[in-house]
Ligand binder design. Structure first.
Ligand SMILES: Nc1ncnc2c1ncn2[C@@H]1O[C@H](COP(=O)(O)OP(=O)(O)OP(=O)(O)O)[C@@H](O)[C@H]1O
Ligand SMILES: [Mg+2]
Length: 259
């Protein structure tokens, strides 16, 4: 019996990426199905951020191909929203939270057009959605790290994309904000959008994602959480962290029951 065909999402075909002469992704081949909440998991330096950048054309491929929604990136670029991994940027320049979110609408408007009423209403709705309506006029530098993360999520929402790629949106964010961000991502999934998230915490991964890819320069495994986050795969990927394995095993079992 063959499974029914799944909607096109992101296809990684034998993707190899090297920085200089050092490969950091090697023949990575898997498909992120459309309309799901997908986790990209792996240890520090595994190539998770590079994988998103490869999908976005931000790093050159040394081999292979990426297709998004069944097309080459150039054809769908405007339908893909991206939230990069948080960097320690000192946001000292005088832009407000709303200004940053409005940047999400520029792709459709073109650089010369000024955002109008529709864009301002959209920005306000996106800030509301991430729980930041009350800081809309504040200078971006005067927010906590977790609030800044949510501003960048709001900027991506304002793009009204069909595919969202987020690099560790939960990093450095307290449990309450994490739940809030997760609720936003689950809402996007409910609208039929594809949301792929680089994520660090294996304990929450099991509960939050429909499917995951375990990456460590190569693809270790990809598919439903319970099939991928097995003790054996985790041992192969996190061999130095054996203490984690029991805990994750329990989280996977619980996550499977709550879905
Ligand atoms: N611009 C770059 N030039 C050279 N090497 C790089 C560059 N960016 C990343 N690397 C290296 O490539 C490897 C993969 O990096 P990447 O940022 O993709 O990992 P990651 O899985 O996202 O890690 P983390 O969990 O720490 O965010 C690492 O060894 C990193 O040092
Ligand atoms: Mg990274």
């Amino acid at each position: 019996m063959t499974a029914p065909p799944r909607p096109a999402g992101i296809e990684f075909h034998d993707v190899t990426v090297a920085y200089g002469r050092r490969p950091v992704l090697w023949n990575v081949d898997f498909t992120v199905p459309g309309g799901c909440l997908y986790g990209i998991i792996g240890p520090n330096g595994a190539g998770k951020s590079t994988l998103l950048k490869a999908a976005l054309g931000l790093v050159p491929l040394a081999g292979g191909e990426v297709r998004i929604l069944g097309a080459a990136l150039e054809a769908v670029r405007g339908r893909v929203g991206y939230v990069p991994q948080r960097e320690s940027v000192d946001w000292d320049f005088p832009v407000s939270v709303t200004d940053v979110v409005l940047m999400g609408t520029y792709g459709r408007l073109g650089w010369l057009a000024r955002p109008g009423r529709r864009e301002r209403e959209l920005a306000a709705a996106c800030l509301e959605r991430v729980g930041l309506a009350d800081v809309a006029d504040r200078q971006i530098g005067r927010l906590s790290g977790g609030q800044q993360q949510r501003v960048f999520l709001a900027r991506a929402l304002a793009q009204e994309a069909d595919v969202y790629l987020l690099d560790e949106p939960m990093a450095g964010v307290d449990a309450r904000s994490q739940e809030q961000i997760f609720a936003v991502l689950a809402g996007l999934r409910a609208e039929g959008k594809l949301v792929a998230v680089v994520h660090h915490d294996l304990r929450t991964a099991a509960a939050w994602f429909d499917e995951v890819a375990l990456v460590d320069m190569r693809l270790v495994a990809a598919g439903p959480v319970a099939e991928v986050l097995t003790p054996e795969n985790l041992r192969r990927t996190y061999s130095g962290r054996l203490d984690l394995l029991d805990e994750i095993g329990r989280a996977v079992a619980e996550g499977g029951r709550t879905r």
